[in-house]
Design a protein around this ligand. Structure first.
Ligand code: PRT
Ligand code: ZN
Length: 298
């Protein structure tokens, strides 16, 4: 009741939560798609720096990813979506609220072919080019290795071939950039994905808006990680088949017009999906249909 009263109050006062997302780059499509799946519509045309959401008290700022942690620390934005790598390189007094499951990559050490590498100690005294000096320094310090870290802002992968460095530490997703530059990935320094973070000390009205946004994000994430499954089962196998399908509470079971058969409906996780389907078929399930879920409210 109380949060409904706050929500009504901030609707009347016009209070809006300010969110910053990457303007253009690897996190922008994922961030925009996530907000849209949460039912938050907005326009983000070329060159636009700011937009107001329709039907939700949210103002959206479009920024360069490197600037995003500073904006939230300075209070220009209340919440932001940014890569864990950017936050680790530029730590701020913020709360990490939710991992978002996109923008996945790893920060890795890579060496040119022909470099004899067994452990990070083999990089002692070597020049390593990176845009992440802070994370890399911590990595080497925790292993008591002294390496010569060279901070460069872009095109890290070409540093060894132009004689600027002996090795690199850069973000990797498919690995094709390293491969096409004759580099071999040897060590994962950190794993990263997009996260939502918030500045500390939001007032009650903004916190209520944020809680509503997080509730929607968690429902969208849960839906993406699960599938809705429908199948037919011989009535004498129904209990065995239902035990393979836990569902949100327990599977729904309905008799078919054809006596001796039942229809079973449930929700299964994406991670063990194929294994569950194999087990269902072995147990006698037929006519298996699998559907995507838009929202999943637990
Ligand atoms: O203009 P702005 O400053 O906003 O963007 P940016 O160019 O600095 O960042 P951008 O868009 O490249 O990346 C934004 C965020 O996406 C990063 O901070 C990471 O959190 C995440 N991310 C995920 C990646 C990658 N995957 C990635 N592969 N960021 C960069 N890369 C680069 C990497 O630096 C290398 O050049 O892609 C290349 C390697 O890719 P593969 O597929 O060849 O391995
Ligand atoms: Zn950047």
């Amino acid at each position: 009741m109380r949060s409904f009263a706050v929500f009504t109050a901030n609707k009347m006062s016009g209070q809006k939560l300010k969110i910053a997302i990457q303007k253009q780059g690897r996190l922008s499509d994922g961030s925009t798609a996530l907000l849209k799946k949460c039912g938050i519509g907005f326009t983000n045309g070329f060159g636009k720096l700011k937009s107001e959401a329709q039907d939700f008290p949210l103002e959206i700022f479009f920024l360069r990813d490197d600037d995003i942690p500073d904006y939230v620390a300075d209070g220009v934005a209340d919440v932001v979506i940014v890569g864990e790598n950017v936050l680790a390189e530029s730590p701020q007094p913020v709360d990490v609220l939710e991992k978002l499951g996109f923008g996945r990559c790893r920060l890795s050490l890579a060496i040119p072919k022909g470099f004899d590498y067994a452990t990070p100690a083999d990089l002692a005294g070597k020049r390593i080019a990176t845009s992440y000096p802070r994370i890399l320094r911590d990595f080497f310090e925790s292993r008591n290795v002294e390496a010569d870290i060279h901070e460069i802002s872009g095109s890290v992968e070409i540093a060894p071939s132009i004689g600027l460095a002996d090795a690199v530490c850069d973000l990797v997703s498919s690995g094709s950039t390293l491969f096409s530059n004759g580099l071999r990935e040897v060590e994962t320094v950190m794993l990263s994905e997009a996260v939502m973070i918030a500045r500390r000390g939001l007032d009650e009205g903004l916190q209520t808006i944020l809680d509503r946004l997080l509730f929607r994000i968690r429902s969208v994430k849960a839906a993406a990680q699960n599938k809705y499954i429908l199948l037919n089962a011989p009535a004498n196998k129904a209990v065995e088949i239902a035990s393979i399908l836990p569902g949100m509470r327990s599977p729904t079971m309905m008799p078919l017009a054809d006596e001796g058969w039942v229809s079973i409906h449930s929700v299964i996780g994406e991670a063990d999906f194929w294994e569950v389907v194999d087990n269902l078929k072995q147990a006698g399930a037929e006519g298996i249909l699998v559907l995507s879920i838009d929202q999943m409210i637990r």
